[in-house]
Design a protein around this ligand. Structure first.
Ligand code: SAM
Ligand code: DTB
Ligand code: SF4
Length: 341
């Protein structure tokens, strides 16, 4: 009980009184400052109490039976100059992944149309770049325009962005930019050495200043402690405003990366992370992201019960596999979930 009392969340009653209607939930979320200790306090709650609280917050802002579907496409694969320890696309690791050139726009639009036909509402294009080169900007902005013209929301993740690159993407109509903090600042340096935490925060500021919705989350299972998981969530929740979309990735330990053989985290700890993300960022879309292929359906259902309301949908993530579309359809039917925004 003392743990619950220490959590700096306004009472649910007062939150309900001031909560925005569902239709207004894309407005920039307002912030409540979260200490790492307070987020750790959430993790330490009895599992059922934590899930109950997460569900209350979730239902206050969303239809708890609706899950948003985003489909990923790797538009430029492999050969990346960065050394992110988890990533199969880094040129620093020997994963046997060949580097490819930027995909032609015709192939991107065909994949986007297929994603739409399967029921996705957002199409996310990822490139294995440290940052886009100026010469690539025309091609990627054309992709944004083309995908939008198909009636899909657009998201890109291209690495670090300068202010003028963010503005060019905004002018092309980009809805979301994904750029993750990945881990707690104290753990980050053990995973990535080629760009700093501050570099990531600078890109997030540039995206925010350009008026693009921010998609920013991280990975669990990188050998971090619970306090560091709480630290990552506190970093995200204290962004002002916090991201509109928060992907929570469970490490896919790819052979050939330094993370190969890393023991998976306790599945309930993963669910706790989803619940703590939901409570600390009530109006964000919490995306159950990488690692779903390695989870059974009961665990995924627990993640939805803990407040996850978005998934990557389609047989592939960027380079690794994701549950088959038919399998996800079956899961949604069994759980009475519907696809929506
Ligand atoms: N190159 C861009 C960048 O890093 O900003 C965009 C693509 S990168 C693959 C996007 C995110 O995918 C990473 O920040 C990381 O959170 C996640 N990711 C990459 N490899 C992963 C893995 N093996 N397991 C889980 N998440 C992973
Ligand atoms: C995010 O946070 N997860 C997605 C998306 N943003 C770009 C990527 C997951 C990649 C998993 C490893 C792979 O498939 O290469
Ligand atoms: Fe490159 Fe992104 Fe992979 Fe890091 S996560 S190695 S920046 S593709």
């Amino acid at each position: 009980m003392t743990v619950i009392a220490s959590i700096p969340v306004a009472s649910l009653r007062s939150k309900l009184a001031g909560s925005a209607p569902l239709a207004a939930r894309t407005a920039a979320p307002t912030n409540e400052r979260w200490s790492v200790a307070a987020v750790e306090g959430l993790y330490e709650l009895p599992f059922m109490d934590l899930l109950f609280r997460a569900q209350q917050v979730h239902r206050e802002h969303f239809d708890a039976n609706t899950v948003q579907l985003s489909t990923l496409l790797s538009i430029k694969t492999g050969g990346c100059a960065e050394d992110c320890g988890y990533c199969p696309q880094s040129a620093h690791h020997d994963t046997g992944m060949p580097a490819s050139k930027l995909m032609p726009i015709s192939e991107v639009l065909a994949a986007a149309q297929a994603a739409k036909d399967q029921g996705a509402s957002r199409f996310c294009m990822g490139a294995a770049w440290r940052s886009p080169k100026q010469r690539d900007m025309d091609a990627v902005t054309d992709m944004v325009r083309g995908v939008r013209a198909l009636g899909l929301e657009t998201c890109m993740t291209l690495g670090m962005l300068e202010p003028q690159q963010a503005t060019a993407l905004k002018d092309a109509g980009l809805d979301y930019y994904n750029h993750n903090l990945d881990s707690d600042p104290s753990h980050y340096g053990t995973i990535i050495s080629t760009r700093t935490y501050q570099d990531r925060l600078d890109t997030l500021n540039n995206v925010r200043d350009a008026g693009i919705n921010v998609c920013c989350g991280g990975i669990v299972g990188l050998g971090e402690t619970r306090a560091q998981r709480a630290g990552l969530l506190a970093q995200l929740a204290n962004l002002d405003p916090y991201p509109e979309s928060v992907p929570i990735n469970n490490l896919v330990a790819v052979p050939g990366t330094p993370m190969e053989g890393t023991a998976p985290i306790d599945p309930f700890e993963f669910v706790r992370t989803i619940a703590a993300a939901r409570i600390t960022m009530p109006t964000t879309m919490v995306r159950l992201s990488a690692g779903r292929e390695q989870m059974d359906e009961a665990l995924q259902a627990l993640c939805f019960a803990a407040g996850a309301n978005s998934i990557f949908y389609g047989d592939r993530l960027l380079t690794t596999s994701n549950p088959q579309v038919e399998k996800d359809r079956g899961l949604f039917a069994r759980l009475g979930l519907k696809a929506g925004c």
